[in-house]
Design a protein around this ligand. Structure first.
Ligand code: IPM
Ligand code: MG
Length: 355
């Protein structure tokens, strides 16, 4: 029997990250008290401020320590005084890659009483999950410059796909579709009409795996450009989507918008055989730092995902129920920064109280 005791690394990060992480931890504490699991937290001050002070981004010794946790809870990375790419690649992407978190799981679920920008679409229509491959594609870091700074400058950024990487994401997505047991339908999203190499690998892997091992799951395919159109026009068509890294990055921001925005969208960077990391998918929103105006529900939903992933299903379900009840209480005016009708900490207290 599992001992139901977890070691969790907390990386509050930059900007408003620490504020929303604090509220996520309130939900964790409340859920533990109700359902009886135990946990230890270890905080790490990685992020823009430490980098500017010391030059550290992700010291190897800390990376090694992180391998020993049961899960990682991350706030947000991104600092206005640090050149774009340094923290993203050096910290967030390095963690995803080094810990082999090969799935980026992003549920797109609209709860009742949340404003949706789509006309005539509600919770019935918006309930799907995106399985984004998280370690390959254009994120692989392959490529470079030639003749940089001259009129002959050449730059390449290689889309690296392996059959192994595509297949493990595809298998994860088929399993999830089966477990969800909703429409039993998995969409592959790609661009087979133009990117005829990498998306051909995905296409064949998808069909071969599906045909051999998942005959109960209906397979659908959509080009990425059509997918964003359907997210707006017919989001009810989707149950589970599997998609390569870069397209997954793009479509999940649109997904976040139709579920109520960055204030509520959470994601999990999963290594099903190792250490996974959970985060609100929005950025560090530096201009709102310290103002108590940012919505903490995304961070709280990230804690929910973390607990579900640790096998604490009951605790996860309680957090989700509390989020739904908080939204139904009439006290939350909006999920947009500064328009919530209450402060960040107050909303965290409201949800923790309902748990
Ligand atoms: C995300 C973010 C990251 C990504 C950035 C911050 C590197 O946009 O988690 O979607 O591109 O994956
Ligand atoms: Mg993104």
């Amino acid at each position: 029997m599992a001992d139901r005791s977890y070691r969790i690394a907390v990386l509050p990060g930059d900007g408003t990250g620490p504020e929303v992480v604090r509220e996520g931890l309130k939900a964790l504490e409340a859920a533990a008290a109700k359902t009886g699991f135990r946990y230890d937290l270890e905080h790490y001050d990685l992020g823009g401020d430490r980098y500017l002070k010391t030059g550290d981004i992700l010291p190897d010794s800390i990376l090694e320590e992180l391998r020993g946790f049961d899960a990682i809870f991350l706030g947000a990375i991104g600092h206005p005084e640090v050149q774009p790419g340094i923290l993203e690649k050096g910290l967030l992407l390095r963690l995803r890659f080094e810990l082999d978190q090969y799935i980026n799981l992003r549920p797109v679920k609209l709860y009742p009483n949340v404003d949706c920008p789509l006309k005539n679409k509600g919770p019935e229509e918006i309930d799907f999950v995106v399985v984004r491959e998280n370690t390959e594609g254009l994120y692989s870091g392959m490529g470079g410059f030639q003749y940089k700074g001259t009129p002959q400058e050449v730059s390449t950024q290689i889309h690296m796909t392996t059959r192994f990487g595509a297949e493990r994401a595809i298998r994860f997505a088929f399993d999830l579709t089966r477990k969800r047991n909703k429409d039993k339908q998995l969409h592959l999203v790609g661009k087979t009409n133009v990117l005829t190499f990498v998306h051909d690998t995905w296409w064949r892997a998808f069909n071969e795996v599906g045909e051999a091992d998942y005959p109960d799951i209906r397979r659908e395919y959509a080009h990425v450009d059509a997918t964003v159109m359907w997210f707006v026009k017919n989001p009810e068509w989707f149950d589970v989507i599997v998609v390569e890294n870069m397209f997954g990055d793009v479509i999940t921001d649109l997904g976040a918008m139709i579920q109520g925005g960055m204030g509520i969208a959470a994601g999990g960077n999963l290594n099903p055989e190792g250490v996974s990391m959970f985060e609100p998918i929005g950025g560090s929103a530096p201009k709102y730092t310290g103002q108590d105006v940012i919505c903490p529900l995304a961070a709280i939903a990230a804690v929910q995902m973390m607990l579900e992933n640790l096998g604490e299903e009951d605790a996860g379900a309680r957090i989700e129920k509390a989020i739904i009840e908080a939204l139904g209480s009439g006290k939350i005016k909006s999920l947009s920064a500064g328009k919530m009708g209450m402060g960040t900490a107050e909303m965290g207290d409201l949800v923790a109280g309902l748990i």
